[in-house]
Write a protein that binds this ligand. Structure first.
Ligand SMILES: [Mg+2]
Length: 249
């Protein structure tokens, strides 16, 4: 019997405007310049991008989540600034960077309706790969999504990121259900689908963003999808999820 449903956040419940990353990076540099640092924006962003990609690739390889403050401080070292990653200047830079995402995020149509319906029948969990926990919470609150979830697991706070099995194990443990009583819905064939499978949880691949040709949430390391190779269930709309749930009952 199905008792709980886990959801990914980005490109599963919400999308971000394709220009958000550029706006975010512009705000990041502005904050550093306003703090009195002497940087050439183009050169800084180039180095920052290299540092971000390298840390994100490492996080993907090890499963241990990283944080923007680490690669910002590393990028600044190339300009002879040795700032505390947990200090005020980098902290402000991180916040101004993420402010772009608060403003440029929107919920996928029908999401409030389906989550409202499911909430009365299942325990709901949100499991997101998101480096900066406070920003994730702000996005959830701003979009009115936080209320639906019995459990929030954000990689930036938990320490590990999908597809690492520990984050799925924690989801099952905290929901108080058995693995076979949960399904996990997400758009990323690696993090969401393979991750759930590796943890013994049935995956549901949401191909909505792909099918609607909506640009993926801008990121530093993109993923590619070969639909025919994605295992498990596939949904393209929330009606597909409803039909799937009926067939599973
Ligand atoms: Mg996603």
């Amino acid at each position: 019997m199905l008792k709980a449903i886990g959801f990914d956040l980005f490109n599963t419940l919400m999308v971000v405007h394709p220009n958000a990353l550029n706006v975010a990076l512009g705000r990041l540099v502005d904050t550093l310049l306003r703090a009195g640092l002497s940087l050439t924006p183009e050169r800084f962003l180039e180095v920052h991008n290299q540092c971000a990609v390298s840390h994100i690739k490492e996080a993907k390889a090890t499963g241990r989540e990283t944080h923007n403050s680490i690669w910002i401080s590393e990028a600044l070292k190339a300009f002879n600034y040795h700032l505390d990653p947990h200090g005020e200047i980098i902290g402000e830079a991180v916040e101004s960077y993420f402010s772009a995402f608060y403003e440029l995020s929107s919920v996928i149509p029908g999401t409030h309706l389906i989550l409202g319906e499911l909430k009365s029948r299942y325990k709901l969990a949100l499991v997101s790969n998101f480096t900066h926990y406070p920003a994730c919470i702000r996005i959830l609150e701003r979009l009115g999504l936080r209320y639906y979830f019995d459990l929030l697991l954000i990689s930036g706070e938990f320490g590990f990121r999908k597809p690492h099995p520990s984050i799925f194990d924690m989801m099952v443990h905290n929901l108080g259900v058995r693995r076979e009583e949960v399904i996990f819905v997400g758009d990323d064939p690696e993090s969401d689908v393979k991750g759930a499978l590796m943890a013994g949880i049935r995956p549901v691949w949401s191909s909505y963003v792909l099918d609607q040709r909506i640009p993926f949430t801008p990121g530093y390391v993109a993923y590619t999808v070969r639909p025919e190779e994605v295992p498990g269930y596939r949904i393209s709309t929330w009606n597909d999820l409803k039909a799937l749930l009926e067939s599973l009952e």
